[in-house]
Ligand binder design. Structure first.
Ligand code: 8IG
Length: 277
């Protein structure tokens, strides 16, 4: 049995930025690292990158830090890692993503990003596993996120907070990624609520409105990262073609398998990008 915990973010009167500052102070105390320079959220398939970008100096079970959720699955501990890169940068590696479909509200979804910003990080790298709409993408292809369409009908911003999202996914960082791997394609990421995959009709809708990638994360996190003033790089691992683009039904097992097969290559790519930042 997982113990039920109260989360300060769930109190409507709580200031989520105060909670993030508390979390950042706890991370600084636990790691002895007063400031981090960059942060990465590692989604399905990207986990090995943590070992390649540098030396992990500290690993913290995420649920020990204020505002982070208890693990969604029993036996699954999400971690926060502090990594020292060869050129002396400090990276906060977030291996504990709270998804919107878990139903805990958008504050919890973006808490890791706000905490990363509060630790001092000015670059936020968001990665995920996702479905592809371009037919020539094959499972295992990493792609850059060029823009997004937020289909959750929700926002991490509260009240009349108007934030510009032009160039949300930094052109500079996408160019830098392509200087490492010129073959990187890019596309518009559509965040669906999930946790079900799309119907073929929904995938056609996403395609018609300009989408190329379908997933269940990242867009809400990117908005919060921009609000916090961070420069954002988004990367999707295409683990499957979206429903109806591929003729066979989607299976979670195949998605996991594609992620495993691609993990070494895309993690090495991500480590090279971090080294070039
Ligand atoms: I991995 O096809 C992965 N995540 N919404 N659709 C959505 N999320 C995904 C998919 C997909 N594949």
């Amino acid at each position: 049995m997982l113990k039920t915990q109260t989360n300060p973010l769930d109190a409507p009167e709580a200031d989520p930025f105060d909670v993030a500052r508390t979390a950042a102070a706890e991370i600084a105390a636990a790691t002895g690292v007063p400031r981090h320079d960059i942060a990465l959220t590692l989604g399905s398939g990207w986990g090995k990158a943590a070992d390649l970008i540098g030396e992990t100096t500290h690993t913290i079970p995420a649920h020990e830090i204020t505002g982070f959720s208890a693990p969604a699955l029993e036996g699954h501990v999400g971690t926060l890692r502090s990594v020292l890169t060869p050129d002396g940068k400090r990276a906060l590696v977030i291996g504990a993503r709270t998804h919107y479909y878990e139903g805990h509200g958008v504050r919890r979804v973006v808490h890791s990003v706000r905490t990363a910003a509060a630790t001092g990080a000015t670059t936020m790298i968001l990665t995920n596993g996702a479905g592809g709409i371009k037919e020539y993408w094959t499972p295992g292809t990493p792609v850059l996120i060029s823009d997004h369409i937020n289909l959750t009908a929700d926002s991490p911003l509260e009240g009349a907070t108007f934030i510009d999202l032009t160039d949300l996914y930094s052109t500079r960082l996408r160019d830098l990624a392509r200087s490492i791997d010129a073959s990187l394609d890019e596309g518009v990421y559509c965040q669906f609520r999930g946790p079900h995959y799309e119907t073929p009709a929904e995938v056609q809708m996403a395609k018609t409105i300009g989408g190329h990638i379908v997933g269940m994360s990242t867009a809400l996190e990117a908005i919060a990262a921009r609000q916090a003033g961070m420069e954002i790089l988004g990367l999707s691992l295409i683990t499957n073609l979206a429903a109806g683009i591929q003729k066979s039904p989607l299976s979670h097992g195949e998605v996991i398998e594609a992620g495993k097969n691609a993990e070494a290559a895309i993690s090495a790519l991500l480590a090279k990008i971090v080294a070039a930042l």
